[in-house]
Design a protein. Structure first.
Length: 246
């Protein structure tokens, strides 16, 4: 087991809470988990520690929101995301973390600006495309970034918001997407030595925090109106993009 200080255990517990909260409530908040865990463990090692935490929370979210998933959207984007995961696996030694952060941040910010302008009626309704080229681009980018840094959340926020989903459909579709993709990533991470019996035991110790976050997330979604939900995830996605740059 890892020899952590009380502060490091606290940060790990907060990260677990945020994972659960992001998966069942406020999508986009999960990006905060990446720097939190990277402050406790080396950046590369932290990706293998985070992945099982994400899967635990994905399972909870799927159990609660499974009826709301839009499978037509999932079946369109998942093949491209699988391609992106494989590309990300081979790119681990080519593209450095900072370069990937800049790419993700720029894509997110540009799409958020377009989305905001559409919401205010400044540009036409179909300014954000929903065709196969857009789906392929977002799917591959999400797959690559989730393999490289577990940071695909903001990208999927933009994709799902562009599809005009209601909040429960948004969370249900997102939950199934990440459960399937994260499970697909496990053999790759294990082959790199990032997931071990020691890291899995550590994950189990964080399970109570993940469950607590998931319950709080469900309660929040029940109370928050659709418009407020959309604005919240957009703001958090923008904040995540800025965080990736700095």
């Amino acid at each position: 087991m890892f020899d952590l200080t009380p502060l490091q255990w606290l940060l790990s517990g907060i990260a677990g809470f945020f994972v659960g909260l992001a998966k069942t409530g406020i999508s986009g908040l999960g990006i905060a988990v990446v720097p939190l865990m990277a402050s406790v463990f080396p950046s590369r090692a932290s990706t293998g520690i985070i992945l099982p935490m994400l899967i635990m929370a994905d399972i909870m979210a799927v159990l609660y929101y499974r009826r709301h998933a839009q499978w037509n959207l999932l079946l369109r984007i998942i093949p491209f995301s699988i391609t992106g995961v494989i590309m990300g696996y081979f790119m681990l030694g080519i593209v450095n973390d900072m370069q990937m952060r800049y790419i993700i941040a720029i894509v997110i910010i540009v799409l958020l600006i377009v989305s905001a302008l559409k919401d205010f009626g400044v540009i036409r309704e179909n300014a954000i495309p929903t065709n196969i080229i857009f789906t392929a681009t977002m799917g591959i980018l999400a797959g690559m970034t989730t393999m490289l840094a577990n940071a695909a959340g903001p990208i999927m926020v933009i994709y799902l918001l562009s599809m005009g989903l209601m909040k429960n459909e948004f969370i249900g579709t997102s939950s199934w997407y990440f459960l399937l993709i994260n499970c697909f990533k496990v053999p790759f991470s294990a082959s790199l030595g990032l997931i071990t019996p020691t890291t899995l035991l550590f994950n189990v110790k964080l399970l109570p925090f993940i469950i607590l976050g998931a319950v709080v997330g469900i309660l929040i979604v029940k109370k928050i109106p659709q418009t407020a939900f959309r604005i919240t995830v957009q703001v958090l996605a923008f904040a995540a993009a800025i965080k990736l740059i700095f």
